[in-house]
Design a protein around this ligand. Structure first.
Ligand SMILES: NC(=O)c1ccc[n+]([C@@H]2O[C@H](COP(=O)([O-])OP(=O)(O)OC[C@H]3O[C@@H](n4cnc5c(N)ncnc54)[C@H](OP(=O)(O)O)[C@@H]3O)[C@@H](O)[C@H]2O)c1
Length: 220
């Protein structure tokens, strides 16, 4: 397939690009600093564009089968976080013009911060307050897709804490919700490797099961 990857210079994005190339997909990486992406492959094209401008994105979106986003934005303690919604509005506008219908984007467990009530003390009192602005803007982006993009085949992938590491052989667990629960309804784990997240995102290329849904995932 022809995949367009946003956030391809990031830690998950680079793993997604590598795995996609291993799976013989044609990959177009849209980045702001091309020199940051050091992967070289005949099936990889790296282009520079502004993720906040539909006009800048649209020429690169044409004839792509799917947009995959591993974009991430800083925690924005003073100024707040708007990158998720602002980029997604430009991405969706470009998708409409370029007639691309499918997008898979990653956010996180607990994009509704109150959903973390059953999580550990560390998550509730340290992690969530620290990244609250990120989670809130992720949730706003999810709501935008849910409420205003019914014509698109979107999927939101929600992982827990990300660890640097390749795809593992662990079992994949998924749940349509803000985290993956154990039998008692509590979060079943805290983390997943970025390689497993990339692998799960790519597995969705051949599945219709999570269309217009947000899926929490983890491997154990
Ligand atoms: N850290 C965790 O434990 C955790 C847990 C769950 C979910 N997440 C979320 O998962 C996603 C991926 O995480 P990650 O750690 O793989 O991300 P990352 O390494 O921080 O990469 C972020 C990507 O977004 C790009 N980006 C940021 N601002 C941009 C801008 N203004 N214009 C163009 N590109 C821009 C970066 O480009 P540059 O390389 O040019 O900066 C980079 O490619 C993020 O949304 C993150 O919040 C993280």
């Amino acid at each position: 397939m022809k995949l367009l990857v946003l956030g391809a210079t990031g830690q998950t994005g680079q793993l997604l690009v590598r795995q996609a190339l291993e799976q013989d997909h044609l990959v177009r990486a849209v980045v702001r600093t091309p020199s940051k992406l050091t992967i070289r492959h005949d099936n990889l094209k790296v282009v520079e564009a502004n993720i906040f401008s539909a006009d800048s994105l649209v020429e690169h979106f044409k004839e792509q089968d799917i947009i995959m986003s591993c974009l991430g934005f800083p925690i924005g303690i003073i100024s707040g976080v708007t990158g998720y919604t602002e980029s997604m509005k430009a991405i969706v506008a470009a998708m409409h013009t370029a007639k691309v219908n499918r997008i898979i984007a990653m956010t996180s467990w607990y994009t509704k911060p109150e959903s973390a009530q059953q999580s550990s003390w560390m998550v509730r009192w340290f992690l969530i307050p620290m990244i609250r602005n990120v989670l809130i803007n992720m949730q706003e982006m999810e709501n935008y897709l849910n409420r205003e993009c019914e014509d698109l085949n979107w999927t939101i992938v929600r992982p827990p804490g990300l660890q640097n590491g390749p795809k593992t052989d662990k079992e994949l667990l998924t749940h349509e919700g803000y985290f993956v629960p154990d039998l008692d309804g509590k979060p079943i784990a805290n983390s997943v490797t970025r390689g497993d997240v990339a692998h799960f995102m790519l597995s969705l290329l051949n599945a219709d099961s999570w269309i217009r849904k947000s899926v929490a995932m983890v491997t154990m």
